[in-house]
Design a protein around this ligand. Structure first.
Ligand SMILES: Cc1cc2nc3c(=O)[nH]c(=O)nc-3n(C[C@H](O)[C@H](O)[C@H](O)COP(=O)(O)OP(=O)(O)OC[C@H]3O[C@@H](n4cnc5c(N)ncnc54)[C@H](O)[C@@H]3O)c2cc1C
Length: 532
């Protein structure tokens, strides 16, 4: 099904017809309140969508058919889906909406729309699935422009061509995860890039944000799957050659990967696909401490193994997600292949776990029935829906992520946790709420810690509360030598810390490149870099 075929909520996650009723919300809230120990007894209901500020832009006749200034559509395109976004949408708070949403159905229409918008002096924000959690699609601080156009690629959503010899596929940028996988499944192929936002994220958005998928090792970022990219800049097409590898100077693909809509509108890409896995083996391993688990993982990775799943959850997070009782850290370890049995790799990896005190009940083969890690996996995929419920019941629920090398990980984890915990204590009440961690992606030389904050909210003060917690966490990340994002991207929310992280000559090079291909700085201004 295309992203356009079913009405989406204008504020939270997913489809309008999936929003729980008031009664369902009340019983969910009661259960969650008991589990967490806080949250409002009577959940708030989402505000009706208010009338938005009048649009400052009118599409010319040839584009009128693919442009909309309708309230709900503009509202949905004005925020991503971070906690801050959901809270504001939930309360009907849209002070600065986009003016027009343009949904081209062909590359020719992308060209026409971009040309018109640039000539009209508008800012243009490329839009995929709108699942950004970093303010990537939000029109902030764009006063110098005649208006803001959200250029929605969602109607370009097909698998266009498959090369079964080289195992690559040409895919239109607006293809959502399910759409893309359905197009490949017809041929027994798969991309197997499953971020938690899989249902609504698009390929173009993934490329523009350097998204991280479910693979915990080796093919972690979308970067690893991209063979070539085609994008439209205000000064012409940028298209790279399909190559398995190349040493020809700075890579044009690398420059578009993570460009966050600032350099070009990605319209399609060739991606490396694979045959669907037939062989699987997995186990859930318990460790007395998070650090015993971390040492086991490091040994597995440094021995050269590449498990598809290798997620280590701390004891508190295991308890909060109903995956454990809080007395042990939990490692979800899985191997897969389309080609050969993977039990031997799992067996050797489990030996590493045993050496660090790991214990497991059973090993699961290709038959997934009775898989006890299923509880965690289900919680992982349900989380986006649950977060809307958390907003309604007064629970701050948000995540942040980073990466760091192994030798610094323990100290870094301690300092980031302490800074975040003390901010939660100060802002939400001493000892209330939780700050938990899991390692989502791991490498031979380090790991990506992913933190979750659950804390009591004060009605109407949620944004200030979260902003203060997030600032404390981000300061600690940068001070500790980590990256402000491992896979969520920079957007507008991470700018102050990204600016501290990136080398200054690189910032000038990026601004120079943008000026060369986007002389009027029309494309997503304010994301990544400011106009010099
Ligand atoms: C519940 C939830 C779970 C998430 N889980 C993950 C996860 O597991 N891994 C992960 O990496 N991220 C995750 N995210 C973040 C988000 O899904 C990713 O950043 C995703 O890649 C954004 O894709 P999108 O199509 O929704 O892009 P959008 O949100 O529409 O846009 C994101 C950025 O990309 C630009 N952009 C979008 N399309 C194009 C295009 N065609 N050409 C040029 N620029 C474009 C936009 O201008 C913007 O700067 C999650 C978000 C949520 C809400």
């Amino acid at each position: 099904m295309s992203l356009r075929d079913r009405p989406l909520k204008h504020w939270g996650w997913g489809y309008a017809d999936e929003q729980p009723s008031a009664g369902e919300l009340r019983s969910a809230a009661a259960g969650l309140r008991e589990h967490l120990g806080f949250g409002w007894e009577v959940p708030e209901l989402p505000a009706a969508l208010p009338a938005l500020r009048a649009s400052r832009l009118t599409a010319p006749t040839p584009l009128a058919e693919i442009c909309s200034a309708q309230n709900g559509i503009r509202a949905r395109h004005s925020y991503g889906r971070s906690y801050r976004d959901v809270v504001r949408g939930f309360r009907g708070d849209y002070p600065d909406p986009v003016d027009l949403v343009c949904t081209p159905r062909s590359e020719a229409e992308v060209e026409a729309a971009l040309e018109w918008a640039v000539d009209a002096g508008a800012a243009v924000i490329p839009y995929g699935g709108g699942t950004s959690v970093v303010g990537g699609v939000e029109p902030i601080g764009l006063d110098g422009y005649a208006g803001v156009v959200s250029l929605d690629l969602g109607a370009l959503d097909r698998v266009l061509e498959v090369d079964e010899v080289s195992l690559s596929a040409r895919v239109a940028a607006g293809a959502s995860g399910p759409r893309l996988e359905a197009g490949l499944a017809e041929r027994g192929l798969t991309l197997r890039h499953y971020p938690q936002s899989f249902q609504h994220q698009t390929l173009g958005g993934a490329i523009a944000t350097r998204a991280g998928g479910h693979f915990a090792t080796r093919h972690t970022h979308i970067d690893d799957f991209v063979e070539s990219i085609r994008a439209l800049t205000p000064t012409g097409w940028w298209e790279s050659r399909r190559l398995p590898g190349s040493g020809a100077a700075v890579s044009p693909d690398r420059m578009l990967l993570g460009s966050e809509g600032t350099l070009g509108v990605i319209t399609e890409a060739w991606v490396r696909v694979r045959r669907r896995p037939r062989f699987r083996a997995s186990a859930s391993v318990r460790f007395k401490s998070f650090w015993d688990g971390a040492r086991a993982i490091r040994e597995i990775l440094q021995a050269g193994f590449g498990p598809a799943n290798c997620r280590l959850i701390d004891p508190d997070e295991a308890r909060l997600t109903f995956a454990g009782d809080g007395t042990a850290a939990l490692l979800l370890l899985a191997f897969e292949s389309a080609h050969h049995e993977v039990e031997p790799e799992l067996a050797l990896s489990l030996e590493c776990c045993r050496d660090h005190g790991g214990r497991w009940d059973s090993v699961r083969g290709s038959d997934r029935s009775g898989d006890p890690s299923g509880a965690w996996r289900d919680a992982f995929l349900r989380a986006p829906y649950l977060r809307d419920t958390f907003v309604a019941m007064g629970v701050i629920s948000e995540t942040f992520e980073t990466a760091i090398t192994w030798e610094r990980l323990p100290e870094f984890h301690a300092s980031v946790t302490a800074a975040t915990r003390s901010a939660v204590d100060e802002i939400c009440g001493s000892g209330r709420g939780s700050v938990t961690c899991r390692l989502t992606h791991v490498y031979p030389d380090g790991a990506a810690p992913y933190f979750t904050v659950l804390a009591p909210a004060r009605r109407g003060a949620e944004l200030q509360q979260w902003d203060a917690i997030k600032a404390a966490a981000s300061d600690a990340i940068i001070a500790g030598g980590g990256t402000i994002t491992h896979h969520h991207a920079v957007g507008r929310d991470h700018r102050p810390w990204y600016d501290r992280q990136r080398p200054e000559p690189f910032a000038r090079a990026l601004a120079g490149a943008k000026t060369a291909i986007d002389p009027s700085w029309s494309l997503n201004p304010g994301a990544l870099i400011d106009r010099p």
